[in-house]
Design a protein around this ligand. Structure first.
Ligand SMILES: O=P(O)(O)OC[C@H]1O[C@H](O[C@H]2O[C@H](CO)[C@@H](O)[C@H](O)[C@H]2O)[C@H](O)[C@@H](O)[C@@H]1O
Length: 282
């Protein structure tokens, strides 16, 4: 997919968001998803790493802002490690909200605050291998253990990732419900995790804490739609906001593309956008 990279939002709301960010960067919050937005999608989730320019671009921009935050489904420490975000000059105030906002890492302390592991996850983790065998054979299926806080079933490396995803969605939903969990669908991944927290709740709370006067949110997947909805809601209440989609693969959900004010070409495009904003604020 080719994009004309002008960094001009296609909607009036998006243009207002960008104008507010550039006029008062000291009141702006830039919030970014990790996988697919800062880190290119790769077949093996353990091999994902941020785009080589991501930390540097964010470090150029962050000192101009009220706050920069990374909002990810990953455990926060994993995103910090895979992103190379620790001890970077310019990122002294970076916050990483992991597990969709249930967990928080602060660059200032270098520590993560993690809630107690939910009971249902322990039970699901034990039951999952046998359960998957019972619902069909999908060689290549991979279970990601997310530090006891969630488990994710990845279909990307099966022979038919779409068919496996669709075949497993309902049964995993039932398994999750039996253990008081919910299923979070993503790019060839079905994650079983506790209910009650999502990127929208997390972003809204963070913006309140930061006293934000504007927000830019960039994401690429279904889990980012809750953050999109939060920005749309805040815009209706008068807070300017810019929604950015990181796109480039056919698998980018249509709803993400349709609701974004600005589409950029994957993590490389996000890095160019961050650099562009830093240039304009320099
Ligand atoms: O909220 P995010 O930062 O976007 O994290 C969402 C999930 O990302 C990871 O999975 C995705 O990226 C993998 C690596 O590129 C890819 O192989 C997989 O198909 C994608 O779904 C991660 O493994 C999950 O734990 C995150 O919840």
């Amino acid at each position: 997919m080719a994009f004309a990279e002008t960094f001009t939002p296609r909607t009036p709301e998006g243009r207002d968001g960008l104008t507010a960010l550039l006029a008062h960067p000291e009141r702006a919050v830039v919030a970014l998803d990790f996988d697919g937005t800062l880190a290119p999608i790769v077949p093996d989730p353990e091999q994902a790493r941020a785009h080589p320019g991501a930390a540097a671009a964010l470090a150029r921009l962050a000192p101009h802002l009220a706050a920069a935050v990374i909002l990810t489904g990953r455990p926060a420490a994993v995103a910090v490690r895979y992103g190379g975000f620790a001890e970077v000059p310019g990122l002294e105030h970076l916050v990483v909200l992991g597990h969709y906002g249930a967990e928080r890492w602060d660059a200032r302390s270098g520590e993560a605050h993690t809630p107690a592991a939910p009971e249902g996850v322990t039970a699901v983790r034990a039951e999952l291998p046998g359960f998957l065998e019972s619902v069909g054979r999908w060689p290549g299926l991979w279970i990601e253990d997310k530090g006891g806080h969630a488990v994710a079933v990845h279909t990307r490396r099966t022979d038919d990732p779409d068919a496996a995803f669709e075949a497993l969605r309902a049964p995993l939903g039932e398994l999750a419900a039996r253990h008081g969990l919910v299923v979070e669908p993503g790019r060839y991944v079905l994650e079983l995790r506790p209910p009650g927290v999502d990127k929208g709740v997390a972003l809204t709370g963070f913006l309140r804490e930061a006293g934000a006067g504007s927000v830019l949110y960039a994401g690429d997947d279904l889990g980012d739609l809750a953050a999109y909805a939060a920005v749309e809601d805040l815009r209706a209440k008068g807070l300017p906001g810019l929604l950015v989609a990181s796109a480039g693969a056919e698998e980018t959900p249509q709803e993400v593309l349709a609701r974004a004010d600005l589409t950029v070409a994957g993590p490389a495009g996000v890095v160019r956008l961050l650099d562009h904003l830093a240039d304009r604020l320099a």
